[in-house]
Design a protein around this ligand. Structure first.
Ligand code: SIN
Ligand code: FE2
Length: 216
């Protein structure tokens, strides 16, 4: 496995390219991180974090919720986007303005102008939680990029190829980093290594990831 040696805290404003159309914008969310965290708490108060079940019946380690018009869900019937939260029976909370603005601007910085996300998946990782290699492919078209914002504890992100077995880069993602991938790199496999317990400031032993997509 190739390692992009980016441990330690890279300089805010640095750009680490993982592939021609995949980049980590270092510290891109730092200036609005407190506002993002307040908004995350408000979303979770309306649509609680829950561990979803895969179609195969396995419980997903990451706890999730959503905001925006569409929310990603998984259960025994499959993976899909829905307008209602199956737990509350209500629409997902609206996407906070600071979320949409950051996602739009980060996408443009990464070479994807005009990104208008309609879905934001909020994922919570605790120490030991991992996310196995997968492709994001439940969206209607793959023309729009994925924008992924890291908050709280650092994680080792895996960014691979178009086959599950392709070698993957390991990249440390810190509080405030924003990863963006799209175009020819939109369907690359990616995942997260089991989290080490290194508590970070306000969030303690938690990592929150916001994944913005154009799903519908
Ligand atoms: C994801 O692939 O949906 C999340 C990636 C991350 O948590 O950094
Ligand atoms: Fe993903």
């Amino acid at each position: 496995m190739a390692t992009l040696d980016l441990f330690g805290s890279p300089a805010e404003g640095a750009r680490d390219w993982l592939a021609p159309q995949a980049v980590v914008l270092r510290g891109r969310a730092l200036s609005c991180a407190d506002e993002l965290l307040d908004a995350v708490a408000a979303v979770i108060a309306q649509a609680p974090l829950r561990q979803m079940v895969t179609p195969g019946g396995l419980t997903i380690a990451v706890a999730s919720t959503n905001c925006g018009v569409l929310g990603w869900t998984s259960d025994r019937r499959g993976y899909r986007y829905s307008r209602e939260d199956p737990v509350t029976g209500r629409r997902w909370p609206a996407m906070p303005a600071c979320f949409a603005q950051l996602a739009r601007q980060a996408a443009a910085d990464a070479g994807f102008p005009g990104f208008e996300p309609d879905a934001c998946l909020v994922n919570q990782y605790l120490p030991g939680t991992r996310l196995s290699l997968h492709q994001d492919k439940n969206e209607r078209d793959f023309g729009a990029p994925i924008v992924s914002v890291s908050l709280g504890m650092a994680a080792v992100f895996l960014f691979g190829g178009h086959e599950r077995a392709d070698r993957a880069f390991k990249v440390n993602l810190h509080h405030g980093d924003v990863a963006v991938w799209g175009g020819a790199d939109r369907l690359r496999y990616h995942g997260v290594m089991p989290l080490e317990d290194a508590p970070y400031a306000q969030l303690g032993s938690r990592r929150i990831n916001l994944t913005f997509r154009k799903a519908g």
